[in-house]
Each structure stands twice: as structure tokens, then as C-alpha cells.
Ligand binder design. Sequence first.
Ligand code: PGA
Length: 255
Amino acid sequence: MVQRKPLVAGNWKMNGLAADLGEISRCCEHVAELGTSLAAEVMFCPPATLISATVERCRSARVAVGAQDCHVAQSGAHTGDLSAHMLRDAGASAVIVGHSERRGDHGETDALVGAKAAAAHDAGLTAIICIGETAGQRHYGLTLNVLERQISGSVPNAATGSNTIIAYEPVWAIGTGLTPTPDDVANAHAFMRERLGGLIGAAEAAQIRLLYGGSVKPANARELMQIADVDGALVGGASLKANDFCGIIDAFVTK
Ligand code: PGA
């Protein structure tokens, strides 16, 4: 029996000033209070400017800290970019790569996302690789084709259950309040698990956590998190306010 500890990760995107760190502190207090009744890991992925301060606030509750993107190189002449090594040095233990906003805003290809995931691995970071179809692709019945292409193109062959997490984030569900049906999520996740098996072997694929992301909120978290092969959530908007994010975390309380 494979045991995958669920992960609830909050992606702050380009939001958050030092004055907002109190929201993170309040979540950490809640996580500490829940103690062993919380059957999930919690992570914040703040903007890079807040990584070090977030690490300080998260330490005692053992809440993890991740970054939102990295460059493929370890260092060099890349003005404005940050390497996975730098993010690790700042205290991050993970980095999101291939978020649809990066793919869309910056034209990131599957190959580039795969190289970023490999760079994260080299730096000792867990790569949280985001995949998901657009509304148009869904309309034309291409969801599984897109997931197949994104998995084979952006998941490194060296991916393991300890260095890689995959987040299924339908682009049309991000920030819209829309979510796929539980059946659609179950189908996508089962397909992802199977394709990962083809890439790295079924035993290793069974260890990889598959997150769902896109309009997760306290009101729908329980239902979404009960779906087979859903091993947690990547949360955008609802991670910015402690009340909302704690409500999602509470979906993982066992007693
Ligand atoms: P959302 O964003 O929760 O605001 O829909 C999810 C994400 O983009 O990771």
C-alpha cells in the first residue's frame, strides 16, 4: 500500500508585501494547533522577495516554503532571474515550474519547463510541475492529449516521489471559480499516474504526489481532496487570506 502524504501548497503569485506576512503566521499557528490531527503537509510559495521572511515565520510549525519559478542555469549573466540554487540558499525546499501563467506570459515550452525541473533537482529542490489544458483544448476533447504531451515533455526521467510533485491545473479553472467535475479530475489524475508510470516506471509513479489546482476554496476542498489519486491542492487566491487557507487545510484534519 503506497502512502502519499497530501500536500496543501499556497501559491501567492505576484502578491504579498512584508505587511501581509501576518496571514502566513496565522496559518502556521493553526497548523501548530492541529498537530498530528493534520494529515497533510503545508507549504507557502510566496514571491521570492518574501522567501527568507516566510521561512522564519514557518519554521516552528514545520510549514515548508517553496518558490514560484527558477532559471535553468545555476548562475550567470541572466539579469532579473533567480537560480534554483539561490532559492534553496534563501530557504526554499521546493519550486513551482511550468505554471500556466509562466507558460502563457513568458512563452515557456515543455522542454524549458523540463529543464527547470531538472535544475530544481540539481539544487536539491522538489519540483512542483504544473500541467493542464486550456478551455479551448478542453472544448475540442484534447485534455488527455495535452496532459500526455506536457508530462512527456516536462517531467525529467530522473523524477521520483521525493523530488517531484505534479499539479493538474486546468487553465480555465484558475482564478475563475470554475472547477472540473469530480469525475473529470479523477480521470485526469488516473491518466497522469498511468503516463508517469510509462515514463519512470509504475512503482516510482505510485510515489509521486498529484495535486489538483484551480479555484480550490474551503467550500469545495473536501470534495476535491477525496477524489482518488488527488494527493493535495495547489491553491492560488484562497491562500492569500489565513481564514480561507486554514479552511482548506481543515479538509485534511483526521480527528
Ligand atoms: P486559484 O489559482 O486557486 O486562484 O484558482 C491556482 C493556481 O494558479 O495555482
